[in-house]
Design a protein around this ligand. Structure first.
Ligand SMILES: *Cc1c(COP(=O)(O)O)cnc(C)c1O
Length: 395
């Protein structure tokens, strides 16, 4: 099957790149659990080495199972090529390292995923890479933060925990005028609900551990960009830092991707009902969910997103003990970090992952220590709402 034939997403995910004639007609591509590939002759090996990017030589470079997923990922995010990594963080750090060198400056959104923040704020600083953090809701902040040596804008829209948005097209416009590259974490929306490359972003990064896999059984990441950018990442960060995805993880990711659109539709349908329920509840102070008409950036959300996922946060009208009682009373929402799987989850920065939130902001007076985050899974929404309702009684 050739690319871009005008087929739908589920059709593409079922067939693109599967190469069945090569694999004895197997409807599911095999797991090539092999570290290397051997050659019939000196000449054949020499020929393979003349184009290391497209021949099977060593699994750190190219593996057929991994290649199937990467073909689908590139098409899903409407990019020229894709590269999978051992985790979302490997995808993020590799992308940033591919675009930054000593003496450069980057602008990053404050509420990005905690470890991504730490990579920029702490890890890169001894390498003489300066970072300015901005709220990101107001596009002018990016323009104001630009210096002569600014090379990268790092976005995450919607951003972790607060789910505030950046106007991707407007930020990209500013970036382009100043020859700055835009990298965006699109894990929240998945490629089903948002395609930042279509707005001109240069690199999209994903934690494939979340919706892309969807079954909470692997850690993986992906980078999608132009063929040129991905080639560079393959030659340097993939080859030299080596944070590649394993063939088995790639195969599980492939299995998850086959139902991505179906799952996202269900997450969205349920999350909209849950958000509406929470918003009406007297014990809830506020709900952060871009799919609610009351979200301050709802209009922008509708313009740049095609849908909304199952992740949201909210504030309760109670103290820390009330939050503990609420979380301990939930039956179907399991207590756990991460999100995007089949199962509903609840988490609160108070428990500990708040340590990764920039500057301990969640602890400051007037901030939101009482924020609770839920990931709405694939269970029947009636059961989930009933679960929340009975736990809210205990607050
Ligand atoms: C989980 C997460 C990551 C990191 O992904 P890993 O696969 O855990 O390394 C990056 N960005 C966001 C928004 C995440 O939620």
């Amino acid at each position: 099957m050739n690319k871009r034939e005008g087929y739908g997403i589920q059709t593409m995910l079922a067939h693109l790149g599967d190469n069945r004639t090569h694999y004895c007609g197997a409807v599911v591509p095999p797991i090539f659990e092999t570290s290397l590939f051997t050659f019939e002759s000196y000449e054949a090996a020499e020929k393979a080495y003349s184009n290391v990017k497209e021949n099977y030589i060593y699994t750190r470079g190219l593996n057929p199972t991994v290649q199937v997923v990467e073909t689908k990922m590139a098409e899903l995010e409407k990019g020229g090529a894709a590269k999978c990594f051992s985790s979302g963080m490997a995808a993020i750090s590799s992308s940033l390292l591919s675009m930054l060198k000593a003496g450069d400056h980057a602008v990053c959104v404050k509420n990005v995923y905690g470890p991504a923040y730490r990579f920029l704020a702490e890890y890169l600083s001894p390498f003489k890479i300066d970072v300015t953090f901005v709220n990101g809701e107001n596009t002018e902040e990016f323009e104001k933060a630009i210096r002569k040596n600014t090379r990268v804008f790092y976005l995450e829209s919607p951003a972790s925990f607060t789910f505030t948005l950046q106007n991707i097209a407007d930020v990209v416009n500013i970036a382009r005028r100043h020859n700055i590259k835009t990298i965006i974490d699109n894990s929240y929306s998945s490629p089903i609900f948002q395609n930042p490359l279509e707005f001109g972003a240069d690199i999209v990064v994903h934690s494939a551990s979340k919706y892309l896999c969807g079954h909470s059984d692997i850690i993986a990441g992906a980078v999608v960009s132009s063929k040129e950018n991905i080639d560079r990442i393959c030659s340097f960060e993939q080859a030299l830092l080596g944070g590649i995805i394993g063939p088995f993880e790639a195969w599980l990711l492939l299995r998850g991707l086959r139902t991505l659109e179906l799952r996202m539709e269900r997450h969205m349908r349920s999350a909209l009902e849950v958000a509406a329920f929470l918003e009406r509840h007297p014990k809830i102070k506020s709900v952060n969910y871009p799919g609610l008409a009351s979200h301050p950036q709802y209009e922008l959300a509708c313009r740049q997103m095609k849908g909304f996922s199952g992740l949201m946060s909210f504030e309760l009208n109670c103290d820390e003990n009330g939050i503990k009682r609420f979380i301990n009373s939930l039956r179907y929402f399991k207590i756990g970090v991460s999100w995007g799987g089949f199962e509903s989850l609840v988490f609160a920065p108070l428990i500990g992952c708040g340590r990764d939130i920039p500057g301990g902001k969640w602890k400051e007076p007037g901030s939101v220590p009482d924020i609770v985050r839920i990931s709405v899974g694939l269970e029947e929404v009636e059961d989930l709402i009933a679960d929340l309702e009975q736990a809210l009684v205990k607050v």
